[in-house]
Write a protein that binds this ligand. Structure first.
Ligand code: AMP
Length: 176
């Protein structure tokens, strides 16, 4: 079962990147070819019907969302676009700020990454408070796209990030 495989291959690193955070390290999962392939299949599966994709595009959030999002886009046979930290994308962007525990952060997306009416799947490795994914959804919606779903490998259920995302569908492969 994919859930057991993922839980076996996620390494808990206490106090990284700062004291009090239990970091969920996915690098042992990435190192296992069979497990990685199953995880990518499981992330893509809800967005395919009768072999055809039910989304027009996949977006991945910097940086672990790039690692999982790109092969998901390939499995579905649709294009990929990166959501990046400020100042990294070379062309015209839309940008959204969101609150962190201390201070603020921002993410950006190219203006032509999503077209009006497109159905978009957003991929990241982990859903914690939901601040990052909610900002990503707002980027898509500002460009006239529709968030068909948010797919993550890991959900930290006790932080209630899913609630912050409202009506937008969320798929997670394992929940802690
Ligand atoms: P949030 O905006 O609070 O939902 O945080 C989600 C983003 O922060 C994702 O891009 C994760 O990669 C990263 N993140 C937050 N908490 C953790 C954690 N405990 N372990 C690994 N990554 C985390």
């Amino acid at each position: 079962m994919v859930e057991t495989t993922i839980k076996r291959l996620i390494r808990d690193v206490p106090d990284f990147p700062k004291p009090g955070i239990l970091f969920k390290d996915v690098t042992p999962l990435l190192a296992d070819a069979a497990a990685l392939s199953r995880v990518v299949d499981a992330l893509a599966e809800p967005y395919r019907q009768g072999g055809a994709p039910t989304v027009d595009r996949v977006l991945g959030i910097e940086s672990r969302g790039f690692i999982f999002g790109t092969p998901v886009a390939q499995r579905l046979g649709v294009g990929f676009a990166p959501i990046r930290k400020p100042g990294k994308l070379p062309w015209r962007t839309v940008s959204e700020s969101y609150a962190l525990e201390y201070g603020e952060d921002r993410i950006e997306l190219h203006e032509d990454a999503v077209h009006k009416g497109e159905r978009v799947l957003i991929v990241d490795d982990l859903l914690a408070t939901g601040g990052t994914l909610t900002a990503a959804c707002r980027l898509v919606e500002r460009l006239g796209g529709q968030v068909a779903g948010c797919a993550v490998v890991i959900e930290l259920g006790f932080l209630d990030g899913r609630k912050r995302l409202g009506e937008r569908p969320v798929h997670s492969l394992v929940t802690y």
